[in-house]
Design a protein. Structure first.
Length: 353
């Protein structure tokens, strides 16, 4: 397991390499259990000026959490402890990323989804590249956008965060920067020299200012974003008062973006769509509050059907024919959605001071 995540001290940098390229660097529970203590130690180490996180292999920064392991844990022994441990430790790591007291740099090169977004977007510097492919596609596996997405998707312009959540739309660097999900663009060939430059920083001056200056030295123009031109239509269509209203509005749109959105929502879990819509109506929350809400949702969802069916259909059998609990958006009742937001007592997510 130690080879799945490489923890190094390189010059002034604490360097984390997610090292499962064959699995698009998905994060396992064992990886969380090495990543989090390393950050905690580096926070108090004066020799570490900043932390940089990257993915191995060139195809992905991180495609998310290892949800197949949750599926396997349930198959072996019910998975009751694992489902709690996995999300609790993932979310505590995301919180540490967000609160990290030194500059934190994520190189979002390649696929950056789900849990990968969690350990990138919640940090200070998020560097996209020409290979960046960002998405929160959880509704396609019977889940919902988590890892503090309740906060960061609501910080996107207009209704774009809701659009990304309900469709799982994949976006590149320019659109990620427009949405505030990435802070800088550096061509992928500049990542190694950028890493070397950051490692070579001495202890003089303000670390954050110096790191920002170094990133700017390697930065470039990502080219035009596509979302700004679409935003007026996205805002209008996704202003509906529910998922059914949004789906109905999409039926009257002929543009390619709307056709793609219709198709994506048609294959998603109807229950996940309804939960996600309700989740994002909470608006911009603190990271702590977002993670606590999302943890509650995960524990209810782990007791249900759609998440495990989504994993089966997309990642285990790969037949891409999930048999969702509900046949349509309209068949999901408000009372069913309400149940996913009910408190879970002493199992709620807590944080150390």
């Amino acid at each position: 397991m130690s080879d799945e995540i490489l923890i190094e001290h390189q010059g002034a940098l604490g360097l984390v390499t997610l090292n499962r390229p064959q699995a698009l660097n998905t994060l396992s529970l064992a990886m969380y259990r090495r990543f989090d203590p390393a950050l905690a130690a580096w926070a108090g180490d004066p020799a570490v000026r900043a932390v940089l996180v990257r993915g191995a292999g060139g195809r992905a920064f991180c495609a998310g959490g290892d949800v197949v392991a949750i599926y396997d844990a349930r198959a072996k022994h019910g998975g009751a402890g694992y489902k709690a441990d996995f999300f609790r430790e993932e979310y505590r790591l995301v919180r540490r990323v967000h609160r990290f007291p030194k500059p934190y740099v994520a190189l979002m090169n390649g696929v950056t989804m789900g849990g990968g977004a969690g350990v990138a977007v919640n940090g200070r510097f998020r560097v996209a590249t020409d290979a960046t492919l960002f998405a929160m596609p959880e509704v396609q596996i019977g889940l919902f956008p988590d890892v503090a997405a309740t906060r960061f998707l609501n910080l996107c312009p207009g209704r774009i965060g809701l659009y990304l959540a309900l469709t799982g739309k994949r976006i590149g660097a320019a659109d990620a920067m427009f949405c505030g999900l990435a802070t800088h663009f550096v061509p992928h060939q500049g990542l190694e020299p950028l890493t070397a430059a950051l490692a070579a920083l001495d202890g003089q001056g303000d670390a954050a200012a110096r790191i920002e200056a170094e990133i700017a030295r390697f930065a470039a123009d990502p080219g035009p974003a596509s979302l700004p031109a679409l935003q007026p239509d996205i805002d209008r269509v996704f202003a509906g008062d529910g998922v059914a209203a949004i789906a109905a509005a999409l039926e009257h749109e002929s543009a390619d973006w709307a056709r793609e959105a219709r198709a994506a929502m048609a294959t998603a879990s109807p229950l996940s769509l309804q939960i996600t819509f309700r989740q994002l109506r909470h608006g911009v929350m603190s990271v702590d509050a977002a993670l606590q809400l999302e943890y509650r949702l995960t524990q209810h969802i782990m007791d249900g059907h759609d998440f495990f069916e989504g994993i089966r259909a997309l990642l285990i059998d790969k037949d891409r024919k999930p048999r969702w609990q509900h046949p349509s958006i309209a068949s999901v009742t408000d009372a069913e959605v309400d149940a996913y937001f009910t408190p879970i007592g002493d199992r709620e997510l807590t944080f150390d001071p």
